[in-house]
Design a protein around this ligand. Structure first.
Ligand SMILES: C[S@@+](CC[C@H](N)C(=O)[O-])C[C@H]1O[C@@H](n2cnc3c(N)ncnc32)[C@H](O)[C@@H]1O
Length: 238
């Protein structure tokens, strides 16, 4: 492991805005983000696959009246967002290190007010379809944690992933609210406040157009299935 990574991991252990394995609150937050962590009743917004957390950080700064949790499996990436939040004194932004597959262990039934999925890995090979964060199994996880009528946003440079997602949402009976294949030439660009993620910056500099989708999923009337136990594989720990 690089020196930078070890330093970040050591610091993360004592950073109060990082929730990760080994900390007492790691698996204790579901249903209690506002009562036990943010200590207020503000709407809870979650960014999935947040990477270095530019979006959670940027939105947290722009909307102090909402709480934000950026989630990613990579500890050295969320460290960057968490450090920025501490330096900017943002008490409404936190980062969770975990696998999105385990979302129901981290967020309670209908606890989340809004979800963002920012530049997820497109996983173009057919055999990896199940790993796409908009595969039906993931959408069903989102249905468990979001409140009725909540909005889910997806931003991606990858047109195939966007087309796949529109189909996946529609197949599940979801509602497409906004769809553009060129966000920065669309009427929706203002809403994004100029906040760009690390990958978004990289792709826009290369001339890629940004796809943006806003959608809703049908409300579940009761939780389905059981919440599987949580586990990490060694290669996911970096
Ligand atoms: C292409 S990066 C995008 C990061 C960031 N959103 C951005 O736009 O800069 C995809 C991120 O998804 C995370 N990721 C992929 N699959 C995940 C999963 N199943 N659970 C948690 N994080 C995941 C990766 O660790 C990586 O940081």
């Amino acid at each position: 492991m690089s020196r930078q990574k070890s330093k970040r991991f050591a610091e993360s252990k004592i950073m109060p805005n990082i929730i990760e394995m080994g900390k007492p609150n790691f698996l204790e937050m579901a249903g209690k983000w506002n009562s036990d962590f943010f200590l207020n009743t503000q709407p809870l917004v979650v960014e999935l696959a947040c990477g270095k957390g530019e979006y959670s950080f940027g939105l947290g700064k722009a909307f102090p009246e909402k709480n934000f949790v950026g989630m990613d499996i990579k500890g050295s990436r969320i460290y960057v967002g968490a450090r920025s939040a501490i330096e900017s004194d943002l008490s409404n932004v936190a980062f969770l290190r975990g696998k999105i597959e385990n979302l129901r262990s981290f967020f309670g039934w209908k606890e989340v007010d809004e979800l963002w999925i920012t530049f997820p890995d497109p996983r173009p090979r057919d055999k990896d379809e199940k790993k796409r964060l908009t595969f039906s199994r993931f959408l069903k996880l989102y249905q468990h944690v979001i409140k009725a009528n909540s909005i889910i946003h997806l931003k991606t440079d990858n047109r195939s992933l966007m087309d796949y997602t529109v189909q996946s949402v529609t197949d599940l009976g979801g509602e497409i609210l906004v769809l553009t294949h060129d966000l920065y030439e669309s009427d929706w660009r203002e809403e994004h406040l100029g906040i760009k993620t690390y990958f978004e910056n990289k792709f826009t500099q290369k001339g890629f157009k940004i796809n943006y989708l806003k959608f809703r999923l049908p409300e579940l009337s009761e939780p389905e299935g059981t919440i599987p136990p949580i586990f990490f594989r060694k290669e996911e720990m970096g």
